[in-house]
Design a protein around this ligand. Structure first.
Ligand code: GLU
Length: 312
């Protein structure tokens, strides 16, 4: 059925997205995120987009993207618009960097990996979360140039609301610090690409893994510097092993193809995913569309969820 919407109505409809990096098969955690983002917008008549986050050219392979898109389709999750590939969007990222340079907030970072290790306050932490204290801030650039580039983030705490985790107050200076937006190896960085694409695609809500919660305040700051609206965010808990421990390397064992080999059908998987998102009383085989009427953020548990022992 085609609906005729006035401009105001179409503008108020939510736009969600799922943005996998094509570095391997999607595991249960990714599939759960994809389903939650799809249900959230589709339950309100909105649009859902798939975006392939392949900016890291050395790690990403088109064949993985094809497998990921096929697995999503097997669950009934299909993009409402042509799939966007970040590797083809350099012009947009370059324009955003030029914009930041004109504002006087882009600078060249000459710190070596060793310097960064010495500067880091959390030397053994996740590399993305070692806050960079802005040592090279004085080396401002007037426009994009192919060198390691960082943005000087305005100081201060960012107050934001996570749909699942509630009120947040984060200081990007203690989490990421000034993020790299262009890498010395010639790649645009995740933080830049994700903010530009969400802004340009008109994404109004972002559902993603809880491991990205700590970079969200940095994304808020970048959105402000680039003139984009803030989307709503929901960060989902981890899918763990049956022992409640991180899946880590075992994540590959929880892909759609591995589950199929164990005789689990896409409908059974959807039933389990739907149950884990609070749509069903118990895991029962179903289609994605069967879950739509039962989805509500109020019922989605904020914590982690363990996969059934029989599936590992
Ligand atoms: N590309 C990221 C991933 O695969 C997701 C980024 C995001 O949703 O902001 O984990």
């Amino acid at each position: 059925m085609s609906s005729v919407l006035t401009k105001a109505e179409s503008l108020s409809l939510p736009v969600g997205r799922f943005a996998p990096s094509p570095t391997g098969e999607l595991h249960l955690g990714n599939l759960r995120t994809a389903l939650a983002s799809w249900l959230s917008v589709k339950a309100r008549g909105g649009r859902w987009l798939i975006r392939i986050e392949d900016v890291d050219l050395a790690r990403c392979k088109p064949v993985w993207a094809e497998t990921q898109v096929r697995d999503l389709a097997a669950l009934g999750l299909e993009s409402d618009a042509a799939i966007v590939w970040q590797a083809q969007r350099s012009e947009w990222y370059r324009a955003a960097l030029d914009h930041l340079a004109r504002q006087g907030s882009l600078y060249r970072c000459r710190c070596s990996r060793k310097d960064l290790q010495l500067l880091a306050s959390a030397p053994h932490g996740d590399e993305r979360l070692r806050p960079y204290p802005g040592r090279c801030r004085a080396d401002k650039v007037a426009r994009f140039l192919p060198d390691a580039l960082r943005v000087a983030l305005p100081a201060g705490v960012v107050a934001w609301e996570d749909r699942l985790c509630g009120a947040q107050a984060d200081d990007p200076a203690t989490l990421t610090g000034d993020p790299v937006l262009y890498r010395r190896d010639g790649c645009f960085a995740y933080h830049l690409a994700v903010v530009v694409d969400d802004g340009e695609q008109g994404v109004t809500e972002i559902v993603r893994g809880g491991d990205l919660r700590e970079v969200t305040a940095t994304h808020f700051r970048l959105q402000e510097l680039l003139g984009y609206q803030h989307p709503q965010y929901a960060h989902l808990g981890l899918v763990t092993g049956p022992d409640h421990a991180r899946l880590g390397k075992r994540a590959g064992a929880a892909s759609l193809s591995a589950l199929r080999e164990r005789g689990v059908t896409p409908e059974e998987l959807l039933g389990w995913l739907g149950w884990s998102l609070g749509c069903l009383e118990r895991p029962e085989a179903c289609r994605a569309t069967d879950l739509l009427a039962h989805f509500s953020w109020d019922r989605v548990p904020a914590g982690s969820v363990a996969i059934p022992a029989a599936w590992t």
